[in-house]
Design a protein around this ligand. Structure first.
Ligand SMILES: Cc1ncc(COP(=O)(O)O)c(C=O)c1O
Length: 396
């Protein structure tokens, strides 16, 4: 007799439906693993190394036996360090009761949204959006209401459009600054206006700030700094990108004491605390990172400048210069029907993989995303190939 058990509707909802977006990347990774001469500009994992002294701090912690259960909200020492950083960034009161530690920002977003949304309730989210959001929102059966950024004007947030999208069923407005994929930044005035509006409508305002330390031309402004009142405000941050620590899985939320307690209840049933030695290493990293972060920022700035200069010199493609983050969005509709066919053909013809913009929403279907998580000595030959491809498409 064959087994006939069902899987849950939740699991069905999460069956990937990504319109072939990752297929290009996965094919390229396979070819690369086989030793083929492929350039992977589709990855979001920093190539930079974790600070060696942070690794040493983790080893020291392990050797001290820090391998047991940790407090549900996170280690007090780490939460104190984060609340001090928050005080500096916002000029507002913050203490460890406002901070909860998670195994990565992804889990923090999932936990926050699980505590804010009932099935069928709406979350408004600015689009193009980070590819991970939609599946998190789907996992809790939330209705996702995408609101387009002004794609042709530096991917700016349009608050009027958000206001028009709010319905009686809306519970959360979710924003991301600096943004993935576009490297856009939401201004202090806009953050304040949105926070005031959300408060007046009894809406939560959640802001993903994981690229807050990778800014090029202006300093990141935290939602907590901009908002006049913090009752309805939650921010999410983490070490994956800024400290090249994707594999350590360390993120956090900053929210009101009351909501942080709700998060504690939720994480107590779903996570039951994060690794002690990872939290010790995170505490070390956040206390000893000034020079390191400057170096990271400078490295990405040089890569961004290089990529934007190359794009400007290649006929048929164009980009807006991102203000922050690890990615450049390139418009390709003069060369291909859309970003997906461009990415597929570029991999086939020139063995360079880029991510089709449709993965971030329909408004960027004519774009591809290039990652800055590769050094210039890889970006250079990769862009030589992109140039060759563009010239061939244009018959030049
Ligand atoms: C905007 C954004 N938020 C969250 C994440 C996930 O971060 P973490 O590795 O901490 O889960 C990413 C990763 O690419 C991201 O780009």
């Amino acid at each position: 007799m064959s087994f006939n058990g069902r899987i849950s509707a939740l699991s069905e909802r999460l069956v990937a439906d990504n319109c072939g977006v990752w297929a290009v990347h996965e094919r390229a990774v396979e070819q690369h693993a086989k030793g083929e001469d492929v350039y992977l500009l589709s990855v979001g994992d920093p190539d930079l190394a974790t600070l060696p002294s942070t690794i040493r701090a983790a080893i020291d912690s392990l050797e001290k036996g820090r391998t047991h259960y940790a407090p549900g909200m996170g280690e007090r020492n780490l939460r104190e360090i984060i609340s001090d950083i928050e005080i500096k960034a916002s000029g507002k009161h913050c203490d460890p009761s406002h901070v909860v530690i998670f195994p990565g920002a992804t889990n923090a977003i999932y936990s926050v949204m699980s505590c804010l949304l009932n099935p069928g309730e709406e979350v408004i989210v600015a689009e193009p959006m980070y590819v991970g959001y939609e599946s998190i929102f789907k996992s809790i059966n939330a209705e996702v209401v995408p609101v387009k950024l002004d794609v042709e004007q530096e991917f700016n947030l349009n608050i009027e459009r958000i206001k028009r999208a709010v319905s009686a069923n809306t519970r959360v407005v979710f924003i991301n600054t600096p943004g993935n994929p576009a490297g856009n930044m939401i201004s202090e005035a806009q953050l304040r206006e949105l926070a005031d509006y959300c408060l007046s409508q009894n809406l939560w305002l959640v802001c993903d700030e994981v690229y807050s330390m990778i800014t090029f031309d202006e300093e990141h402004v935290s939602l907590r700094k901009a908002a006049a009142k913090l009752d309805n405000v939650v921010i999410i941050d983490g070490l994956s990108k800024s400290h090249a620590m994707t594999g350590w899985r360390l993120g956090w939320t900053v929210a009101s004491t009351e909501f942080s307690q709700r998060l504690l209840d939720f994480t107590s049933s779903t996570i039951f605390g994060c690794c002690q030695f990872v939290q010790d290493a995170a505490a070390f990293a956040l206390s000893n990172d000034e020079e390191y972060i400057q170096g990271v920022r400078e490295e990405y700035r040089q890569r961004r400048n290089y990529v934007c200069e190359r794009v400007a010199a290649i006929p048929g493609i164009s980009c807006q210069v991102p203000k922050a983050g690890m990615f450049v969005m390139i418009r390709v509709d003069q060369l291909a029907e859309d970003g997906l066919s461009f990415a597929e053909d570029l991999l086939k013809q020139q063995k360079v993989s880029v991510l089709p913009g449709v993965g971030f929403g329909q408004s960027t279907r004519h774009y591809v995303r290039v990652s800055l998580a590769q050094p210039i000595n890889i970006l250079k030959p990769a862009f030589d190939r992109i140039e060759k491809y563009a010239l061939a498409q244009l018959g030049q």
